[in-house]
Design a protein around this ligand. Structure first.
Ligand SMILES: [Zn+2]
Length: 84
C-alpha cells in the first residue's frame, strides 16, 4: 500500500510504500527533509465522501475553505477534491 505523509513542521510531503501494519511507522520517524519529528500520515481523500464535504461545509461555514485547503495539503498529490 502507498501511504502519504506530511511533515507538520516544513510541510514536506512524501509517499511510502509499506504494509498496513507498518503504515504508522513513518510517523515515528523524523522528517526526511528537516528531521523534525512531526510527521503525520495523510488521511486518504478517497475515504471522504462528497456528501461528507457538503455537511462539513454547512457545519464549518466560512472556515470551510481553510479546512478544504488543509485537507488538500494533508492529502498531497493523491488528493482528488471535486468542485461543482
Ligand atoms: Zn520536515
Amino acid at each position: 500500500m502507498l501511504y502519504g505523509y506530511t511533515c507538520q513542521k516544513c510541510k514536506h510531503v512524501f509517499d511510502l510504500n509499506c504494509s498496513v501494519s507498518d503504515r504508522d511507522k513513518a510517523t515515528r520517524e523524523p522528517c526526511p527533509a528537516c528531521s523534525a519529528e512531526a510527521v503525520t500520515r495523510d488521511v486518504s481523500a478517497a475515504n471522504i465522501s462528497y456528501t461528507g464535504f457538503i455537511s462539513l461545509h454547512k457545519r464549518a461555514g466560512s472556515g470551510f475553505n481553510d479546512l478544504l485547503k488543509k485537507i488538500k495539503k494533508g492529502a498531497g498529490k493523491n488528493a482528488v477534491v471535486n468542485h461543482v
